[in-house]
Design a protein around this ligand. Structure first.
Ligand code: NDP
Ligand code: 8X3
Length: 256
């Protein structure tokens, strides 16, 4: 097993859910955290909870992943001691709505495509060249079971996660021979703010998603991410698909 001790781990979407759990788990492993998200106050609260010293153990990046200029400026402007990102967790993402394709809202489509595909690309394009230069680095993309199976109403969200799957594979091919690693962690249902965001604050509808079953917790996914990140350098975990026991596929969940 390798160690994350003193490694720089950049996590997008660290202000909530899976990203926040990844931050906590990486801190437990002794990593230095670069936390990205738009809600800076949440990142500050997380750093305080973890007793991290700003500039020493933690650094904040409060960009919107959809803003390519902001992403590039933030990554290129990193202070010297934060320049070498060892592990990039491309986690920021969201779903909007569950409409049939022919009834879908264009602004929902744009937001999902811009965040889940283009945002992941912008961050990757800014961070990976430095890893290639140094000859080491690990990119861990958060995909989804929705990147392997389509479910009714999932249309565009699923398409963005199929894209993450393609990009994970594409990265692995293009980085062959560089010493870099690329992993994808693809969860089934995880109880986070995901469904509340999807249904624009409709908590009742969001809660129904997880009713009658035990969903994954964000900590379960952080476990998988840390597992990928702590294998010895010659081991690349290509993908982990992690499902709740009660969920057999994207379309079949057993509810009591
Ligand atoms: P949350 O809503 O709890 O967290 C989403 C995170 O993404 C937040 O920290 C948010 O930060 C960040 N984010 C969203 N949009 C942007 C943006 N434009 N710029 C920067 N950051 C952004 O959801 P999850 O933790 O569940 O989701 C994390 C990832 O896991 C997503 O990629 C999702 O698709 C994936 N996933 C989730 C599953 C689930 O069932 N929950 C299952 C499979 C995959 P802020 O708003 O502060 O910017
Ligand atoms: C999130 C899991 O099944 O709600 O990617 O799409 S699902």
């Amino acid at each position: 097993m390798d160690s994350l001790e003193n490694k720089v781990v950049l996590i997008t979407g660290a202000s909530s859910g899976i990203g926040r759990s990844c931050a906590r788990a990486s801190a437990r492993e002794g990593a230095r955290l670069m936390l990205a998200g738009r809600r800076l106050q949440r990142l500050e609260d997380l750093a305080a909870e973890l007793n991290l010293k700003l500039g020493e153990d933690v650094f904040f990046l409060d960009f919107d992943v959809r803003d390519q200029t902001a992403v590039e400026r933030a990554v290129n402007g990193l202070p010297e001691k934060w320049k070498g990102v060892d592990v990039l967790v491309n986690n920021a993402g969201l779903a909007r709505g569950l409409d049939k394709l022919h009834e879908g809202k264009l602004e929902d489509w744009e937001e999902m495509i811009d965040t889940n595909i283009k945002g992941l690309l912008y961050v990757s394009r800014a961070v990976i060249p430095g890893m290639v230069e140094r000859g080491s680095g690990h990119i861990i993309n958060i995909g989804s079971i929705a990147g392997h199976e389509v479910y009714p109403g999932g249309n565009v969200y699923c398409a963005t996660k199929f894209a993450v799957d393609a990009l994970s594979k594409g990265m692995r091919l293009d980085l062959s021979g560089t010493g870099l690693r690329v992993s994808q962690v693809s969860p089934g249902m995880v109880e986070t703010e995901f469904s509340r965001v999807r249904f624009r604050g409709d908590s009742e509808r969001a809660e129904k998603v997880y009713q009658g079953l035990t969903p994954l917790s964000p900590d379960d996914i952080a476990d998988a991410v840390v597992y990928c990140a702590t294998r010895p350098p010659h081991v690349n975990v290509s993908e982990l698909i992690v499902m709740p026991t009660a969920q057999a596929s994207a379309t079949l969940a057993h509810r009591k």
